[in-house]
Design a protein around this ligand. Structure first.
Ligand code: FES
Length: 306
């Protein structure tokens, strides 16, 4: 596990600005919070800055702090806490996060790390020769059942063997990352047993009106007991008052639309490398020729005004 610090000053751009599109998005995001609570937008804004430039620079942290009226140290604390935020320039096609916590380590994470060292760079947080790939080791990503696993951008790739991981690494390196399906790589469905479903195999018969007692199903352990609903307070079980099916569908649609608006670059396809076309190490920051915000490409690959 590496110490999370800001990148060296030699690679820090002198300034940061959101693109016109992202600046508009940021203002809408800030406006979602009540007056006086605008600082709650800090994580979405940091993520948007990362989607735009590929990583979170000191200038981005300070710009966002100014936008939200926060002390620089408060935004720095957030950016350095979550390893979803990249504090160094990362590969333009993929930054691979290898989980190295115990379950993944026991299931072969060291082999995955060795492959990164062989094909990308011996040290984490360093770019490969053409700047397309980088890697790091991170702590548990919450997919331990499917260990070992890696994260690239917004997707996880699980149940890996060294051979399958090499195929995935080469695909991203060659710009074909979107051909690799995210999730388990061994045919497993989600985190179900490899041999198939072993529980919840019985189909529960629909209960007739009047409940279990009326139907004579009083001995069925799965049956709803008469009066059961009235024993549970609405506060303890808000689902009792869940919306009617049509209302529920509308809320799901609204939530999905909101999610699309709130996360990810516009038009991002599933499994697409997070920052294809973004600027970062290659932005000129290293040689002092950093591009202006208007010259940077948006996550969708379009320059401002296109
Ligand atoms: S230990 Fe690797 S995902 Fe949890």
């Amino acid at each position: 596990m590496s110490v999370r610090r800001l990148a060296d000053e030699s690679v820090q751009p002198k300034s940061f600005a959101f693109s016109e599109e992202n600046a508009g998005w940021a203002q809408k995001r800030i406006a979602l919070y009540p007056e006086g609570r605008e600082q709650s937008a800090v994580i979405p804004l940091l993520m948007r800055a990362q989607e735009q430039d590929g990583w979170v620079s000191r200038a981005a942290i300070e710009t966002i702090a100014d936008m939200l009226g926060m002390a620089y140290i408060r935004v720095l604390e957030v950016a350095t806490f979550y390893n979803q935020f990249q504090l160094q320039p990362v590969g333009t096609r993929a930054h691979i996060q290898v989980c190295g916590t115990t379950p993944c380590m026991l299931r072969g994470a060291e082999d995955l790390r060795a492959i990164c060292q062989k094909h990308i760079h011996p040290e984490p947080h360093h770019l490969n020769d053409d700047g397309t790939m980088s890697w790091e080791e991170v702590e548990c990503a919450g997919a331990c059942v499917n260990a070992p696993m890696i994260t690239i951008g917004f997707d996880t790739y699980e149940d890996l063997t060294p051979e399958r991981f090499e195929e995935i690494l080469f695909a991203f390196r060659d710009g074909k990352g979107d051909t690799i399906p995210a999730g388990p790589q061994n045919g497993r469905r989600f985190s179900a047993p490899l041999t198939g479903q072993t529980t919840l195999l019985d189909t529960v018969a629909a209960q007739p009106a009047g409940g279990a007692a009326a139907s004579g199903a009083g001995d069925d352990p799965k049956a709803v007991r008469p009066g059961r609903k009235s024993q549970i307070g609405e506060e303890a079980a808000p689902a009792i008052n869940s919306p009617a099916p049509d209302e529920a569908k509308a809320s799901v649609a609204e939530a999905e639309a909101e999610k699309d608006d709130a996360t990810g670059p516009v038009g991002r396809k599933p499994d697409q490398a997070m920052r294809e076309g973004a600027t970062g190490a290659e932005s000129g920051a290293i040689d002092g020729t950093a591009k202006s915000a208007s010259d940077r490409k948006s996550p969708s690959g379009k320059s401002k005004g296109e």
